[in-house]
Unconditional design. Structure first.
Length: 169
């Protein structure tokens, strides 16, 4: 005769147990759906980083950086009187206090490239206009116009221990 094998009774899944099992799958799925929605929403509005920067610079809240080659004459009327020199040991001077509307320049006096960036390193979020100055090759100068009062800190993104600040009154 055949004998029947009895299987042990498995517990019935409860709602909290199902939630615990599905949670690792649901959270990433929800984040993906929300992320796609945000991207599509921004595309519908025509928003992107380039247009945002263009809007900021056209509204004169910030001025885009300008480059000047080292061979240009220094007799220009637009020359700023505030110049940070970047050397192998950092910025000189370390800070300036200026009036709103003044321009500040960075001159790479080193033999290596440097990159001006807003603090804090590495996120660069405190004062975004610094990030538009960007990379400076040896002997290159870039200038930024400051119109908003405040104290703004920056660093060399390639050498984060090189720091400086500008106070705009």
């Amino acid at each position: 005769m055949l004998s029947m094998i009895t299987l042990p009774k498995l517990p019935t899944p409860t709602l909290p147990r199902i939630v615990k099992l599905l949670l690792p799958v649901l959270i990433p799925l929800i984040l993906i759906v929300v992320g796609v929605g945000v991207v599509l929403n921004n595309q519908d509005r025509g928003l992107n980083i380039k247009s945002t920067v263009q809007k900021l610079t056209s509204s004169k809240l910030i001025s885009p950086p300008t480059s000047t080659a080292s061979s240009q004459t220094t007799n220009q009327k637009e020359e700023p009187k505030y110049v940070f020199s970047i050397k192998s040991d950092g910025f000189s001077p370390k800070f300036f206090t200026i009036k709103a509307g003044n321009k500040v320049s960075w001159l790479n006096s080193d033999s290596k490239p440097h990159e001006i960036a807003s603090d804090p390193h590495p996120t660069r979020l405190d004062y975004a206009p610094f990030n538009t100055v960007g990379k400076l090759n040896p002997k290159e100068t870039k200038t930024l116009n400051f119109t908003t009062p405040g104290t703004f800190r920056f660093h060399d993104h390639l050498n984060p221990s090189f720091t400086g600040s500008i106070t705009v009154r």
